[in-house]
Design a protein. Sequence first.
Length: 208
Amino acid sequence: MTGMQRGKFITIDGVEGAGKSTQITFICDYLKAKGVNVILTREPGGTDVGEKIRTLLLSNSTGKMHADTELMLMFSARNEHIQNKIMPALKQGDWVLSDRFTDASYAYQGGGRGLDVERIAQLEQWVLQDFTPDMTLLLDVPVEIGMSRVESRGKKDRIELEATDFFNRVRQAYIDRSEQFPERIKLIDSSQTVEHTKQQIKVILDSL
Ligand code: TMP
């Protein structure tokens, strides 16, 4: 290895309709304007194999799936993502910005599906060892507001079809994680205007 500095790994997460897509574009442009070489990616997905797994996970035609299978597929896609995209980019000094990451498995498969957190932690240890994002921006919005934004987008995917209770558990699990890892996970109120959310993100990014 040369003396090149490793890039930073930033993830953005939150319940459906929290405004991730809008804000991630803003973050990407903001970092680029500061001269940072940043790669935008997503989970599940981000690689050829990962995108195929994503289709399997989110397509309505997939039908019912055992929660453990869902969890393992999320981590299979994540393994491809880390090995073939995230690590190589960070090593060459690029920054990586990912639309969702492991916190989503704790929130959706842990909180939403009710899987034992200890099992998720085992998979995390296997696939990630001690690798974690340098920073996670958690966009928080009440489920009713988030879901009304999703409704206006049109057809729902396999996970978006879950009931309100499911998303309330997902949201709570995200909030719990932000309390468990306050240094890494920055909770951002995303219930107001896009501009309001943007301002909070800007302050956090400047602290990097
Ligand atoms: P989205 O990126 O368009 O929000 O869609 C991804 C969906 O996959 C979303 O419903 C959250 C879900 N998901 C999980 O359930 N577990 C995970 O580990 C990840 C990365 C995503």
